[in-house]
Unconditional design. Structure first.
Length: 161
């Protein structure tokens, strides 16, 4: 995993819940089915038009609700390079890092981008840059331990001999 990622932005609002990221009706389906329903009630075209390497940007309380581990798994399966949000529900952030999905807390990120802009995220510096406009927002750099887990591809990979 690179600590600097560049990709096309998808902008969402506040309180994007795990129910929106992993609808309960598909909870027992394989990831290839589940990923087709990510955010369908917010943007019905998202799962079919998102591309590997895209960056999801959202407001406060991203990943709120139940502790569905399938929520970050679905985003990773769609190829989302990183989720940047003003704030995360604690369990979503932990689950994302545990499965190797990069995340960055950056309160002002949603204020400086629109869907379709190109952005760059630097996890070690905690910066979010709108490549399209040149605007930069400072977030909270991930601790080295979390970046190590992400670089390994998730917590399970760090436990293997």
């Amino acid at each position: 995993m690179d600590e600097v990622m560049k990709g096309r932005v998808w902008l969402f609002g506040d309180d994007i819940s795990t129910d929106l990221l992993s609808p309960g009706a598909y909870a027992v389906e394989p990831v290839e089915v589940r990923k087709l329903h990510v955010l369908e009630s917010v943007d019905p075209s998202f799962a079919t038009t998102v591309r590997p390497g895209d960056i999801l940007v959202a407001g406060v309380n991203f990943g709120c609700g139940s502790s569905r581990e399938t929520a970050p798994e679905n985003l990773k399966a769609l190829g989302i390079a990183c989720v940047v949000a003003s704030s995360f529900a604690r369990i979503f952030l932990r689950n994302a890092v545990a499965i190797g999905l990069p995340v960055l807390v950056c309160p002002d990120a949603p204020l400086i981008v629109d869907t379709g802009d190109e952005a760059e995220v630097d996890l070690s510096k905690g910066t979010f840059r709108n490549v399209t406009t040149g605007q930069v927002a400072q977030g909270e750099p991930l601790p080295p331990e979390m970046r190590e887990i992400l670089a390994a591809g998730g917590i399970l990979a760090t436990l293997r001999p």
